[in-house]
Design a protein. Structure first.
Lengths: 113, 112
């Protein structure tokens, strides 16, 4: 596809795991990112993964990368109400000095107490 | 923790007026960016800046837009003659290398 795609909404119960999925466009993209945006705030860099990796874990966050399917996921373990936010997937296609990020539309995560 | 700061948080301007959006990147970062997000749409790349010059710009970044790093600490985006469709949230970002961009909280520009 031509776009970075994400589902728009996800609702989970507090304490459960959340999995946010993303498909990206370019199998040669070098870096893939997850950003979090809380209401009224900027984009907070959560984590990123280099394309030669399959998985990256950082405390409650696990990123899985399937390059063959161009699929990226973010798993949040033990989801808390403070995790309620919009989560953006972004790819960084590299080549010819291009550093720009291409974002998905964002997935709004709602955590039910 | 160091952060990117943007001012003002909200700017209202009349169509045709010039606006300058200001950003203070993280101090040891070398790459600087502007992105924008029109309400309900994706975050879009505008421009990147490195070594005192534009390194990349998108189709959106036409002659109405310019960027400057006037004093080694600030990074500004100027829109020369604003249009209604320029209304958006504008995000500044910086990075120590070409990866790991850190974003500011954004400036909401409303053109009336």
């Amino acid at each position: 596809g031509e776009d970075v795609e994400q589902s728009l909404f996800l609702s989970v119960r507090e304490g459960d795991s959340s999995v946010i999925n993303c498909t990206y466009t370019d199998s040669s993209s070098t870096y893939l990112y997850w950003y979090k945006q809380e209401p009224g705030a900027g984009l907070q860099l959560l984590t990123y993964i280099f394309s030669n990796m399959d998985m990256k874990q950082d405390q409650r966050l696990t990123v899985l990368l399937n390059k063959k399917d161009k699929h990226l996921s973010l798993r949040i373990a033990d989801t808390q109400t403070g995790d309620s936010a919009i989560y953006f997937c972004a790819e960084q296609r590299t080549g010819a000095g291009s550093y720009q990020l291409t974002f998905g539309k964002g997935t709004k995560l709602s955590v039910i107490p | 923790e160091p952060e990117v700061t943007q001012t003002p948080s909200h700017q209202v301007t009349q169509m045709g007026q010039e606006v300058i959006l200001r950003c203070v990147p993280i101090s040891n970062h070398l790459y600087f960016y502007w992105y924008r997000q029109i309400l309900g749409q994706k975050v879009e790349f505008l421009v990147s800046f490195y070594n005192n010059e534009i390194s990349e710009k998108s189709e959106i970044f036409d002659d109405q837009f310019s960027v400057e790093r006037p004093d080694g600490s600030n990074f500004t985006l100027k829109i020369r003659s604003t249009k209604l469709e320029d209304s958006a949230m504008y995000f500044c970002a910086s990075s120590p290398r070409w990866t790991e961009a850190f974003f500011g909280q954004g400036t909401r520009l409303t053109v009336v």
